[in-house]
Design a protein around this ligand. Structure first.
Ligand code: GDP
Ligand code: MG
Length: 288
């Protein structure tokens, strides 16, 4: 940045010289002040634009969804890039993403050999984001349950907070098209999580969120144990315990229209025990 700023000043200087020759030094003073001001505004704008945000999308058999969701995401803000983490989807999701990559350099892919779960897919994406120097890192589903229109609001909030969570439960219940059974499960799972862990958020299991990369660097990613919904709880809990600032913004969650859910009873069982493990870690001062 300094180098860029320096170059800009030099350019400003050259313009002053030209102006000086034409109109005399004093007459150019106001023009110079104006030039310096506008150049410093441009510098600030430039610095902000330099922030890079990576939207990580884990996929398993989402070929139709990636075709539509990725362009919608990229349209929201020029700072956004997308990383698909695909687990060798039999429907050819990865091949489709690679085709899209030939047309747009803001799309990336990480391919894994087999279906290994949502949590480890995100962990692989987080490590990539850290290594590649991104500033903000999003989690987002491929299936249009999370609306890309909210991404600009996340980008605003992440300027002030360290972890911004999309919440279905801060303005009533904003879930569309879920069977009542699943909604009740999610709602009470969240109450249960809050009681057991103390995590002060309304929606701890949601998967639409944005981390400052510093949060990901502070958490020992190799020690993150959970893989399903409790992965979301574990990441937010660890961020909170490490003193980072969490903030919830309202989102509307829509059930998928295309493809099938990978939700299972095993994922629910994992969450039930994980919250107790987190509480124990906290009591013993072992949150890493
Ligand atoms: N890479 C990868 N992605 C997964 C896996 N399981 C689920 N996903 C993706 O995670 C996101 C959320 O999963 P989904 O089945 O919609 O869960 P639901 O919304 O809770 O029913 C989707 O983009 C899925 O394609 C997995 O094992 N590996
Ligand atoms: Mg879904």
């Amino acid at each position: 940045m300094q180098e860029a700023g320096g170059r800009r000043q030099e350019a400003g200087g050259r313009m002053q010289d030209a102006g000086g020759r034409m109109q005399g030094f004093d007459k150019c003073r106001n023009l110079r002040i104006f030039q310096n001001l506008s150049s410093s505004l441009k510098d600030r704008e430039h610095t902000e634009r330099m922030k890079r945000a990576l939207v990580i999308i884990p996929t398993y058999n989402e070929i139709e969804n990636v075709q539509t969701i990725i362009p919608e995401i990229l349209r929201q803000d020029e700072r956004l890039e997308v990383l698909v983490v695909d687990d060798n989807s039999p429907d050819g999701t990865a091949a489709e993403v690679k085709r899209m990559m030939t047309e747009n350099p803001r799309i990336h892919i990480l391919e894994r050999q087999r279906k290994m779960g949502l949590g480890t897919a995100y962990l692989a994406g987080f490590k990539h984001a850290i290594a590649q120097g991104y500033d903000y890192v999003f989690e987002m589903d491929a299936d249009h349950s999370h609306s890309p229109d909210v991404l600009p609001r996340f980008l605003e909030s992440i300027e002030e907070y360290d972890l911004v969570l999309g919440s279905r439960y801060i303005q009533g219940v904003n879930v569309i098209n879920w069977p009542m059974k699943r909604l009740l499960l999610s709602y009470f799972a969240n109450q249960y999580t809050r009681i057991v862990t103390g995590l002060p958020v309304r929606d701890a299991t949601g998967g639409f969120k944005c981390f400052r990369v510093e949060v990901l660097k502070a958490i020992d990613l190799d020690r993150v144990r959970s893989n399903g919904y409790s992965f979301q709880i574990e990441m937010s809990f660890k961020a909170w315990k490490k003193g980072f600032r969490l903030h919830e913004i309202p989102i509307i969650f829509m059930d998928r229209r295309v493809g099938i859910s990978k939700m299972s009873k095993k994922i629910v069982r994992e969450a039930v025990t994980m919250v107790w493990r987190l509480r124990m870690q906290s009591i013993l001062g072992r949150v890493r």
